[in-house]
Design a protein around this ligand. Structure first.
Ligand SMILES: Cc1ncc(COP(=O)(O)O)c(C=O)c1O
Length: 356
Protein backbone atom coordinates (compact mmCIF):
# COMPACT_ATOMS: atom_id res chain seq x y z
CA UNK A 1 0.00 0.00 0.00
CA UNK A 2 1.35 3.45 -0.84
CA UNK A 3 1.14 6.54 1.34
CA UNK A 4 -1.04 8.10 -1.35
CA UNK A 5 -4.03 5.79 -0.90
CA UNK A 6 -7.08 7.55 0.52
CA UNK A 7 -7.43 6.85 4.24
CA UNK A 8 -10.93 5.43 3.82
CA UNK A 9 -9.61 2.80 1.39
CA UNK A 10 -6.81 1.62 3.66
CA UNK A 11 -9.07 -0.49 5.81
CA UNK A 12 -10.85 -2.27 2.93
CA UNK A 13 -10.99 -6.08 3.03
CA UNK A 14 -11.10 -6.82 -0.71
CA UNK A 15 -12.88 -9.90 -2.01
CA UNK A 16 -10.61 -12.95 -2.10
CA UNK A 17 -11.39 -15.04 -5.20
CA UNK A 18 -11.02 -18.82 -5.03
CA UNK A 19 -7.31 -19.66 -5.07
CA UNK A 20 -5.57 -20.47 -8.38
CA UNK A 21 -2.30 -22.00 -7.16
CA UNK A 22 0.40 -22.61 -9.78
CA UNK A 23 2.62 -25.07 -7.86
CA UNK A 24 1.02 -28.15 -9.48
CA UNK A 25 -2.03 -29.19 -11.49
CA UNK A 26 -5.12 -29.45 -9.33
CA UNK A 27 -8.56 -30.91 -9.82
CA UNK A 28 -10.24 -27.53 -9.49
CA UNK A 29 -13.56 -27.70 -7.68
CA UNK A 30 -13.33 -24.37 -5.86
CA UNK A 31 -14.87 -21.60 -7.98
CA UNK A 32 -18.19 -22.99 -9.25
CA UNK A 33 -17.27 -22.82 -12.93
CA UNK A 34 -18.91 -25.15 -15.43
CA UNK A 35 -16.89 -28.27 -16.31
CA UNK A 36 -18.19 -27.91 -19.88
CA UNK A 37 -16.80 -25.61 -22.58
CA UNK A 38 -18.97 -22.83 -24.02
CA UNK A 39 -21.61 -23.75 -26.61
CA UNK A 40 -20.19 -24.76 -30.02
CA UNK A 41 -22.16 -21.78 -31.39
CA UNK A 42 -19.98 -19.52 -29.25
CA UNK A 43 -16.84 -21.05 -30.73
CA UNK A 44 -18.23 -20.59 -34.26
CA UNK A 45 -19.12 -16.93 -33.77
CA UNK A 46 -15.64 -15.93 -32.56
CA UNK A 47 -14.13 -15.92 -36.02
CA UNK A 48 -10.98 -14.20 -37.32
CA UNK A 49 -13.31 -11.66 -38.84
CA UNK A 50 -14.92 -10.95 -35.46
CA UNK A 51 -11.49 -10.53 -33.92
CA UNK A 52 -10.42 -8.26 -36.76
CA UNK A 53 -13.16 -5.80 -35.75
CA UNK A 54 -11.59 -5.22 -32.33
CA UNK A 55 -10.25 -1.89 -33.63
CA UNK A 56 -13.80 -0.56 -33.14
CA UNK A 57 -15.50 0.19 -29.83
CA UNK A 58 -18.32 -2.13 -28.82
CA UNK A 59 -21.96 -0.96 -28.91
CA UNK A 60 -22.30 0.81 -25.53
CA UNK A 61 -26.01 -0.05 -25.46
CA UNK A 62 -25.27 -3.74 -26.19
CA UNK A 63 -28.51 -3.80 -28.20
CA UNK A 64 -28.14 -7.20 -29.92
CA UNK A 65 -27.14 -8.91 -26.68
CA UNK A 66 -29.96 -7.35 -24.68
CA UNK A 67 -32.42 -8.39 -27.41
CA UNK A 68 -31.20 -11.99 -27.24
CA UNK A 69 -31.54 -12.08 -23.44
CA UNK A 70 -34.96 -10.39 -23.51
CA UNK A 71 -36.22 -12.85 -26.15
CA UNK A 72 -35.19 -15.80 -23.98
CA UNK A 73 -37.18 -14.57 -20.99
CA UNK A 74 -40.20 -13.05 -22.78
CA UNK A 75 -39.14 -9.51 -21.82
CA UNK A 76 -38.34 -6.30 -23.69
CA UNK A 77 -34.73 -5.15 -24.20
CA UNK A 78 -35.41 -2.22 -21.88
CA UNK A 79 -35.93 -4.76 -19.09
CA UNK A 80 -32.32 -5.91 -19.51
CA UNK A 81 -29.01 -4.47 -18.32
CA UNK A 82 -25.69 -6.18 -19.08
CA UNK A 83 -22.40 -5.91 -17.25
CA UNK A 84 -18.87 -7.27 -17.10
CA UNK A 85 -19.78 -10.28 -14.98
CA UNK A 86 -22.57 -10.13 -12.44
CA UNK A 87 -19.99 -8.75 -10.01
CA UNK A 88 -20.04 -5.53 -12.01
CA UNK A 89 -23.85 -5.52 -12.15
CA UNK A 90 -23.91 -5.95 -8.36
CA UNK A 91 -21.36 -3.15 -8.01
CA UNK A 92 -23.52 -0.77 -10.08
CA UNK A 93 -26.61 -1.75 -8.09
CA UNK A 94 -24.85 -0.95 -4.80
CA UNK A 95 -23.67 2.36 -6.27
CA UNK A 96 -27.22 3.19 -7.38
CA UNK A 97 -29.22 2.12 -4.34
CA UNK A 98 -27.12 1.97 -1.17
CA UNK A 99 -25.35 4.74 0.72
CA UNK A 100 -24.43 5.84 4.25
CA UNK A 101 -27.92 7.08 4.98
CA UNK A 102 -29.99 4.16 3.64
CA UNK A 103 -27.79 1.14 4.42
CA UNK A 104 -28.32 -2.34 3.00
CA UNK A 105 -29.71 -5.55 4.51
CA UNK A 106 -27.77 -8.75 3.84
CA UNK A 107 -27.83 -12.37 5.07
CA UNK A 108 -25.00 -13.22 7.46
CA UNK A 109 -23.93 -16.07 5.17
CA UNK A 110 -24.08 -15.28 1.46
CA UNK A 111 -21.93 -14.26 -1.47
CA UNK A 112 -18.94 -12.47 0.07
CA UNK A 113 -18.84 -9.65 -2.43
CA UNK A 114 -21.99 -7.99 -1.03
CA UNK A 115 -20.11 -6.98 2.12
CA UNK A 116 -17.10 -5.85 0.09
CA UNK A 117 -19.25 -3.47 -1.97
CA UNK A 118 -20.90 -2.21 1.20
CA UNK A 119 -17.47 -1.43 2.62
CA UNK A 120 -16.22 0.16 -0.60
CA UNK A 121 -19.22 2.49 -0.82
CA UNK A 122 -19.31 3.12 2.93
CA UNK A 123 -22.73 1.58 3.32
CA UNK A 124 -23.73 0.32 6.73
CA UNK A 125 -24.85 -3.32 6.34
CA UNK A 126 -27.61 -4.71 8.55
CA UNK A 127 -26.68 -8.38 8.83
CA UNK A 128 -29.49 -10.93 9.26
CA UNK A 129 -28.41 -14.19 10.94
CA UNK A 130 -29.37 -17.47 9.28
CA UNK A 131 -31.46 -20.14 11.00
CA UNK A 132 -29.44 -23.00 12.47
CA UNK A 133 -30.28 -25.20 9.48
CA UNK A 134 -28.74 -22.53 7.15
CA UNK A 135 -32.12 -21.40 5.79
CA UNK A 136 -32.90 -17.66 5.64
CA UNK A 137 -35.60 -16.28 7.95
CA UNK A 138 -37.73 -14.37 5.39
CA UNK A 139 -39.55 -12.42 8.12
CA UNK A 140 -36.30 -10.71 9.13
CA UNK A 141 -35.85 -9.27 5.65
CA UNK A 142 -39.25 -7.57 5.67
CA UNK A 143 -39.84 -3.87 6.38
CA UNK A 144 -36.17 -2.88 6.16
CA UNK A 145 -34.63 0.48 5.41
CA UNK A 146 -32.60 0.61 2.20
CA UNK A 147 -31.79 -2.08 -0.35
CA UNK A 148 -32.18 -5.76 0.53
CA UNK A 149 -29.77 -8.08 -1.31
CA UNK A 150 -29.65 -11.85 -1.20
CA UNK A 151 -28.76 -14.80 -3.37
CA UNK A 152 -31.38 -17.41 -4.22
CA UNK A 153 -30.28 -20.17 -4.23
CA UNK A 154 -27.83 -19.00 -1.59
CA UNK A 155 -24.07 -19.47 -1.67
CA UNK A 156 -22.21 -21.22 -0.16
CA UNK A 157 -25.10 -23.11 1.46
CA UNK A 158 -26.64 -24.23 -1.90
CA UNK A 159 -30.15 -23.91 -0.43
CA UNK A 160 -33.06 -22.44 -2.37
CA UNK A 161 -35.72 -20.29 -0.75
CA UNK A 162 -39.28 -21.00 -1.93
CA UNK A 163 -40.72 -18.36 -4.25
CA UNK A 164 -43.49 -17.53 -1.75
CA UNK A 165 -40.85 -16.47 0.81
CA UNK A 166 -39.02 -14.38 -1.77
CA UNK A 167 -42.29 -12.69 -2.70
CA UNK A 168 -42.93 -11.96 0.96
CA UNK A 169 -39.60 -10.10 1.13
CA UNK A 170 -40.24 -8.16 -2.09
CA UNK A 171 -43.79 -7.26 -1.09
CA UNK A 172 -42.60 -6.36 2.41
CA UNK A 173 -40.17 -3.71 1.15
CA UNK A 174 -42.21 -1.55 -1.23
CA UNK A 175 -39.95 1.46 -0.61
CA UNK A 176 -36.70 -0.43 -1.23
CA UNK A 177 -34.96 -2.21 -4.05
CA UNK A 178 -34.92 -5.95 -3.41
CA UNK A 179 -31.99 -7.46 -5.31
CA UNK A 180 -32.29 -11.20 -5.86
CA UNK A 181 -29.03 -12.68 -7.15
CA UNK A 182 -30.02 -15.72 -9.23
CA UNK A 183 -26.49 -16.78 -10.18
CA UNK A 184 -27.38 -20.46 -9.57
CA UNK A 185 -31.10 -20.51 -10.29
CA UNK A 186 -30.81 -22.62 -13.45
CA UNK A 187 -29.68 -25.62 -11.37
CA UNK A 188 -32.92 -26.01 -9.45
CA UNK A 189 -34.08 -22.80 -7.76
CA UNK A 190 -37.39 -21.08 -8.47
CA UNK A 191 -36.83 -17.87 -10.38
CA UNK A 192 -38.67 -14.74 -9.30
CA UNK A 193 -38.97 -13.65 -12.93
CA UNK A 194 -42.80 -14.12 -12.87
CA UNK A 195 -42.93 -11.44 -10.14
CA UNK A 196 -41.21 -8.82 -12.26
CA UNK A 197 -44.38 -7.38 -13.80
CA UNK A 198 -46.00 -6.96 -10.36
CA UNK A 199 -43.15 -5.51 -8.28
CA UNK A 200 -41.43 -2.31 -9.45
CA UNK A 201 -38.82 -2.73 -6.66
CA UNK A 202 -37.53 -6.12 -7.89
CA UNK A 203 -34.04 -6.34 -9.38
CA UNK A 204 -32.90 -9.78 -10.57
CA UNK A 205 -29.20 -10.35 -11.21
CA UNK A 206 -27.96 -13.29 -13.31
CA UNK A 207 -24.65 -14.54 -14.68
CA UNK A 208 -23.28 -16.39 -17.70
CA UNK A 209 -20.48 -17.77 -15.52
CA UNK A 210 -22.18 -20.94 -14.25
CA UNK A 211 -24.94 -22.50 -16.36
CA UNK A 212 -23.74 -20.92 -19.61
CA UNK A 213 -20.06 -21.89 -19.32
CA UNK A 214 -18.70 -18.38 -19.84
CA UNK A 215 -16.94 -17.45 -16.58
CA UNK A 216 -13.88 -16.32 -18.54
CA UNK A 217 -15.99 -14.17 -20.88
CA UNK A 218 -17.17 -12.02 -17.94
CA UNK A 219 -20.83 -11.45 -18.58
CA UNK A 220 -23.71 -10.85 -16.21
CA UNK A 221 -27.10 -9.19 -16.51
CA UNK A 222 -29.95 -7.67 -14.61
CA UNK A 223 -33.68 -8.08 -15.30
CA UNK A 224 -35.93 -5.36 -13.93
CA UNK A 225 -38.39 -2.58 -14.78
CA UNK A 226 -37.27 -0.10 -17.47
CA UNK A 227 -36.92 2.54 -14.73
CA UNK A 228 -34.44 0.41 -12.76
CA UNK A 229 -32.54 -0.48 -15.94
CA UNK A 230 -32.34 3.25 -16.65
CA UNK A 231 -30.85 3.83 -13.15
CA UNK A 232 -28.19 1.20 -13.76
CA UNK A 233 -27.35 2.72 -17.15
CA UNK A 234 -26.94 6.15 -15.54
CA UNK A 235 -24.37 4.69 -13.16
CA UNK A 236 -22.65 2.62 -15.82
CA UNK A 237 -22.42 5.52 -18.25
CA UNK A 238 -20.86 7.62 -15.52
CA UNK A 239 -18.20 4.98 -14.95
CA UNK A 240 -17.48 2.74 -17.96
CA UNK A 241 -19.85 2.80 -20.97
CA UNK A 242 -17.92 0.08 -22.86
CA UNK A 243 -17.74 -2.47 -20.09
CA UNK A 244 -18.48 -5.45 -22.35
CA UNK A 245 -16.10 -6.17 -25.18
CA UNK A 246 -17.16 -7.09 -28.74
CA UNK A 247 -16.20 -10.76 -28.48
CA UNK A 248 -18.00 -11.38 -25.20
CA UNK A 249 -21.06 -9.68 -26.64
CA UNK A 250 -21.11 -12.12 -29.59
CA UNK A 251 -20.46 -15.06 -27.27
CA UNK A 252 -23.29 -13.98 -24.99
CA UNK A 253 -25.80 -13.84 -27.85
CA UNK A 254 -24.99 -17.36 -29.04
CA UNK A 255 -24.77 -18.87 -25.54
CA UNK A 256 -28.24 -17.49 -24.82
CA UNK A 257 -29.73 -18.75 -28.10
CA UNK A 258 -28.31 -22.28 -27.83
CA UNK A 259 -31.05 -23.62 -25.57
CA UNK A 260 -30.35 -27.29 -26.29
CA UNK A 261 -26.73 -27.04 -25.26
CA UNK A 262 -27.63 -25.02 -22.17
CA UNK A 263 -30.21 -27.61 -21.11
CA UNK A 264 -27.91 -30.56 -21.73
CA UNK A 265 -25.13 -28.99 -19.62
CA UNK A 266 -27.49 -28.12 -16.77
CA UNK A 267 -29.02 -31.62 -16.81
CA UNK A 268 -25.61 -33.29 -16.78
CA UNK A 269 -24.40 -31.11 -13.90
CA UNK A 270 -27.55 -31.75 -11.84
CA UNK A 271 -27.30 -35.53 -12.42
CA UNK A 272 -23.62 -35.49 -11.43
CA UNK A 273 -24.43 -33.34 -8.39
CA UNK A 274 -27.12 -35.72 -7.14
CA UNK A 275 -24.93 -38.79 -7.68
CA UNK A 276 -21.99 -37.12 -5.88
CA UNK A 277 -24.21 -36.03 -2.98
CA UNK A 278 -25.37 -39.64 -2.54
CA UNK A 279 -21.81 -40.92 -2.67
CA UNK A 280 -20.62 -38.45 -0.04
CA UNK A 281 -23.63 -39.20 2.18
CA UNK A 282 -22.80 -42.92 1.95
CA UNK A 283 -19.31 -42.08 3.25
CA UNK A 284 -20.82 -40.35 6.28
CA UNK A 285 -20.88 -36.75 5.07
CA UNK A 286 -23.73 -34.47 5.85
CA UNK A 287 -24.71 -32.77 2.57
CA UNK A 288 -27.26 -29.98 2.26
CA UNK A 289 -29.90 -30.41 -0.48
CA UNK A 290 -28.32 -28.45 -3.31
CA UNK A 291 -30.24 -26.37 -5.86
CA UNK A 292 -26.93 -25.19 -7.35
CA UNK A 293 -23.85 -26.49 -9.20
CA UNK A 294 -22.01 -27.08 -5.92
CA UNK A 295 -22.38 -29.12 -2.74
CA UNK A 296 -22.10 -27.75 0.77
CA UNK A 297 -20.87 -30.72 2.74
CA UNK A 298 -19.48 -31.53 6.14
CA UNK A 299 -17.06 -34.49 6.45
CA UNK A 300 -17.34 -37.12 9.18
CA UNK A 301 -14.88 -36.85 12.06
CA UNK A 302 -13.03 -33.70 11.00
CA UNK A 303 -13.70 -30.03 10.42
CA UNK A 304 -13.93 -28.35 7.02
CA UNK A 305 -10.45 -26.86 7.16
CA UNK A 306 -8.78 -30.23 7.85
CA UNK A 307 -10.67 -31.89 5.00
CA UNK A 308 -9.86 -28.98 2.67
CA UNK A 309 -6.12 -29.26 3.53
CA UNK A 310 -6.02 -33.02 3.11
CA UNK A 311 -7.76 -32.76 -0.26
CA UNK A 312 -5.31 -30.08 -1.38
CA UNK A 313 -2.36 -32.31 -0.42
CA UNK A 314 -3.91 -34.89 -2.77
CA UNK A 315 -4.31 -32.40 -5.62
CA UNK A 316 -8.01 -31.58 -5.21
CA UNK A 317 -9.08 -27.99 -4.54
CA UNK A 318 -12.38 -27.17 -2.87
CA UNK A 319 -13.43 -23.97 -1.10
CA UNK A 320 -13.22 -23.55 2.65
CA UNK A 321 -14.83 -20.41 4.06
CA UNK A 322 -13.62 -19.34 7.46
CA UNK A 323 -16.88 -17.92 8.90
CA UNK A 324 -17.54 -19.64 12.27
CA UNK A 325 -20.97 -20.97 11.23
CA UNK A 326 -19.35 -22.67 8.21
CA UNK A 327 -16.37 -24.22 9.99
CA UNK A 328 -17.55 -27.83 9.64
CA UNK A 329 -18.24 -27.50 5.90
CA UNK A 330 -16.56 -27.10 2.55
CA UNK A 331 -18.08 -25.99 -0.74
CA UNK A 332 -17.44 -28.43 -3.58
CA UNK A 333 -18.11 -27.38 -7.19
CA UNK A 334 -19.76 -30.11 -9.24
CA UNK A 335 -17.15 -30.95 -11.83
CA UNK A 336 -16.93 -33.52 -14.62
CA UNK A 337 -17.36 -37.23 -13.90
CA UNK A 338 -13.54 -37.62 -13.89
CA UNK A 339 -13.05 -34.71 -11.52
CA UNK A 340 -15.68 -36.03 -9.12
CA UNK A 341 -14.09 -39.49 -9.24
CA UNK A 342 -10.79 -37.90 -8.22
CA UNK A 343 -12.55 -36.13 -5.34
CA UNK A 344 -14.17 -39.38 -4.17
CA UNK A 345 -10.90 -41.34 -4.41
CA UNK A 346 -9.04 -38.67 -2.43
CA UNK A 347 -11.86 -38.58 0.13
CA UNK A 348 -11.85 -42.36 0.61
CA UNK A 349 -8.09 -42.17 1.12
CA UNK A 350 -8.49 -39.40 3.72
CA UNK A 351 -11.20 -41.26 5.63
CA UNK A 352 -9.14 -44.48 5.58
CA UNK A 353 -6.13 -42.59 6.95
CA UNK A 354 -8.34 -41.24 9.75
CA UNK A 355 -9.36 -44.74 10.86
CA UNK A 356 -5.94 -46.38 10.39
C1 LIG B 1 -24.00 -15.68 -5.71
C2 LIG B 1 -23.03 -15.17 -6.72
N1 LIG B 1 -23.29 -14.03 -7.34
C3 LIG B 1 -22.45 -13.51 -8.25
C4 LIG B 1 -21.26 -14.15 -8.56
C5 LIG B 1 -20.31 -13.50 -9.55
O1 LIG B 1 -20.35 -14.09 -10.77
P1 LIG B 1 -19.73 -13.39 -12.07
O2 LIG B 1 -19.12 -12.07 -11.67
O3 LIG B 1 -18.74 -14.37 -12.57
O4 LIG B 1 -20.88 -13.20 -13.00
C6 LIG B 1 -20.93 -15.35 -7.94
C7 LIG B 1 -19.67 -16.03 -8.27
O5 LIG B 1 -19.30 -17.05 -7.81
C8 LIG B 1 -21.85 -15.87 -6.98
O6 LIG B 1 -21.56 -17.00 -6.32
Amino acid sequence: MSDFLLPRLRTLDPYVPGEQPQDRRYVKLNTNESPFPPSPRVLDTLTREAVSRLNLYPDPLARALREAIAAEYGLEPDNVFVGNGSDEVLGFAFMAYADETRGVTLPDVSYGFYRVYAQLYRVHPVIVPLNEDFTLPAENFVGRRGMVALANPNAPTSLAMPLGEIERIIAGNPQNIVLIDEAYVDFGGETCLPLLSRYPNLLIVRTYSKSRSLAGGRLGYALASPAIIDDLNRVKNSFHPYSINNLTMLAGIEAMRDRDYFRSCVEAICAQRDASARELAAMGFSVLPSATNFLFASPPGMDGLTYYRKLKERGVLVRYLSQPMLARHVRITVGSADQMRALMDATRDILKEGTA
